[in-house]
Design a protein around this ligand. Structure first.
Ligand code: BES
Ligand code: ZN
Length: 631
């Protein structure tokens, strides 16, 4: 077992097997009052003390098997939080269990939680709360061994005001009136599959739900629920002029089709339900694979199902991440690299190999962008970075996703193609299901599985792939069938002089899918900024200002700001603030900050908006814009 540099809780002495949670959600004080009972198993003889992770928690009392236990709080660490040291009033021998119960309350500024005012919701009448625990924030919601090396089941009872609904990353287990307060409801949940703490998730709001498949519902505020149900399932997309014949093949139950495809690739889905929660716009990620209930950003609601790869991605985590889990955040690529690999295998089954190749090549480009943003010698561009003294939120980027994918895709090429390599991935999942793994264990298993091809494996420059910063030692091959049109159009714009602009017209993009439009804009963003005349012409012929697909709009607005088109600045500020997905909000703020004329405005807009932002997002944007915590 490797030590987890992001946690104070040692997994060597004892491990949590089960959590029993009672939470009382108080919107007035923005605090959760909680009791957590942890079933702990001793891994050593004469076991009598343990450390739990906490962050900004007030601890009221600790007991073990019902007897008071003494506890102290260690020194506070900037991102790891405060260790809670507990001394048991008795000893345990190896293998024995005890129930440690902690009564506590959270802080209104807990980084795992965002508390929204009614004004910040779609309905405008009731408040809203959601959690985001990955990577190391669960400790600000409850005291626990907050390391992905440890897995446990959980049961929860959550008391909320009676016009609100609670949901968790678990199966519902009924509800009742709170016996302590008739104006409140207690919702119960059970998660019977052992999982790491970062997958504990809670949402409280005026939620409604609709069935979208035999094991799936969508959840959201009433205002979004129809759009969400359409986006992730239901009727065929309306026939668009010139839409490719592939679109016609899309089934009526998209989420279920993706689940079945994933099961066919990776093995049975063990979590029971697969529901999707569409959050308010400040949700910081595209999607989060909370078991039984994926959390998703409303920016996926493109109206044409074109962003469903995010759902394919979160579904894939049901195997890679949630069943087979990275042992520490240094091995995060095991979670994300394999998940991107599976996501693209689902894409291959549903849209064809050319589509997978196209997305894989786009991923290589995203990796180039991350490497150039960090700098090619930055240690955070290593596949396996050291996280000693590094906040996992600061380390987050496309690198583990796309360097991880590139490695797997390279191995696929070397070892016999997608069918052969998928056999390995499925077997890896079976081998390590319900456990946590390191890269060493993954690699040992790879060598065992391909024992007849060890000579091929020995030719891989493992050290460079895993521990060198910058781009990988080798670029895999990609089929460019779907990318060619994007590359050609990008080059036409790059090479066009001011006088050549009349050659561009709406028909340039008529035949492009939204995926190709995204790729075209991404390619342009890798070039020197276009002259202002060019982006103005592009708007005139392609009408991109009117495009509401978030992936297209994000890149288009970046391009405009880079070309110093002042008319696009208000729209860029709007997109940066009206939604809070970090993938969009951080680069938009950075782009506006780099436009000298609007630098001060960028800082001002951020400061004005800060209080309404998600705590993690506002912390990272503050760093990006070099704004201090107090300012
Ligand atoms: N698990 C991640 C999100 C995450 C990672 C949250 C690390 C906190 C810390 C999720 O599965 C994810 O990767 N989401 C992507 C989806 C994309 C790669 C298709 C996103 O949010 O954009
Ligand atoms: Zn992921």
């Amino acid at each position: 077992m490797s030590l987890d540099p992001s946690s104070f809780a040692s997994a060597a002495k004892c491990v949590t097997r089960h959590l029993n949670l009672s939470l009382h959600v108080d919107f007035e004080s923005r605090v959760i009052h909680g009791t957590v009972a942890l079933t702990m198993e001793a891994l050593e003889e004469r076991f009598s003390s343990l450390t739990l992770d906490t962050r900004d928690l007030k601890i009221a009392s600790v007991s073990a098997n019902g007897q008071a236990a003494s506890f102290t709080m260690g020194p506070k660490h900037s991102f790891k939080g405060t260790p809670l040291e507990i001394t048991l009033p008795f000893d345990l021998s190896r293998g024995q269990h005890t129930i440690v119960e902690v009564t506590y309350q959270t802080s209104p500024t807990a980084p795992a939680l965002q508390w929204l005012t009614p004004q910040q919701t779609a309905g405008k009448k009731l408040p809203y709360l959601f959690s985001q625990c990955q990577a190391h924030h669960c400790r600000s919601m409850l005291p626990c061994q907050d390391t992905p090396a440890i897995k446990h089941t959980y049961y929860a009872q959550v008391s909320v005001p009676k016009d609100l609904v609670a949901a968790m990353s678990a199966l519902p287990d009924g509800q009742r009136v709170d016996p302590g307060d008739a104006n409140r409801t207690i919702f119960r949940f059970r998660q019977n599959v052992a999982m790491p703490s970062y997958l504990i998730a809670l949402v409280v709001g005026a939620l409604e739900s609709r069935q979208i498949g035999p094991r799936s519902r969508v959840w959201s505020e009433a205002e979004y629920v129809d759009r969400a149900a359409f986006e992730f399932s239901e009727v065929r997309p309306p026939p668009l002029a010139g839409s490719p014949p592939l679109a016609k093949r899309r089934s009526t139950l998209q989420t279920e089709v993706m689940l079945k495809t994933a099961e066919d690739l990776a093995g049975p889905y063990v979590w029971g339900h697969y529901d999707i929660l569409v959050l308010p716009p400040s949700f910081p990620y595209g999607g989060m694979e909370n078991p039984c209930l994926t959390f998703a950003t409303p920016t996926l609601l493109a109206g044409d199902k074109s962003l469903s790869n995010v759902i394919a991605h979160e579904i894939s985590h049901s195997w890679t991440g949630n069943l087979v889990t990275n042992e520490t955040w240094e091995h995060f690529w095991l979670n994300e690299g394999h998940t991107v690999y599976l996501e693209r295998m689902i894409g291959r089954r549903l849209e064809g190999e050319a589509f997978r190749q196209f997305k894989a090549m786009g991923g290589w480009k995203d990796l180039q962008d991350s490497v150039s943003t960090f700098g090619a010698t930055n240690p955070l561009t290593k596949l396996i970075p050291s996280l000693r003294d590094v906040d996992p939120d600061d380390a987050f980027s496309s690198v583990p996703y796309e360097k991880g994918f590139a490695l797997l895709y390279h191995l696929e090429e070397l070892l016999g193609g997608p069918e052969v390599f998928m056999g390995f991935v499925k077997s890896y999942i079976q081998m390590f299901a319900y456990r946590s793994v390191t890269t060493e264990q993954w690699k040992d298993f790879l060598f065992t599985y391909f024992k007849d091809k060890v000579d091929v494996l020995n030719k891989v420059d493992w050290n460079a792939w895993m521990f060198s910063p910058g781009m990988p030692p080798l670029k895999p091959h990609y089929d460019t069938t779907l990318a060619d049109a994007c590359i050609t159009l990008c080059q036409r714009w790059v090479q066009a002089g001011e006088r050549d602009l009349s050659g561009f017209g709406a028909s340039d993009v008529d035949e492009l899918s939204s995926h190709q439009l995204v790729e075209f804009l991404s390619l342009l963003l890798q070039e020197e900024p276009l002259p202002l005349s060019h982006v103005k012409k592009m708007q005139e012929v392609y009408h991109l200002n009117a495009c509401m697909n978030s992936e297209v709009r994000f890149r288009w607005l970046r391009l405009c700001v880079r070309s110093r088109w002042e008319e696009a600045v208000p729209a860029a500020f709007r997109m940066a603030t009206e939604q809070g997905r970090m993938k969009f909000t951080r680069p938009l703020f950075r782009e506006l900050f780099n436009f000298e004329k609007y630098r001060e405005e960028a800082v001002r807009v951020f400061l004005n908006h800060r209080a309404a932002m998600h705590p993690v997002t506002s912390g990272l944007v503050a760093k990006d814009l070099k704004v201090s915590a107090e300012q």
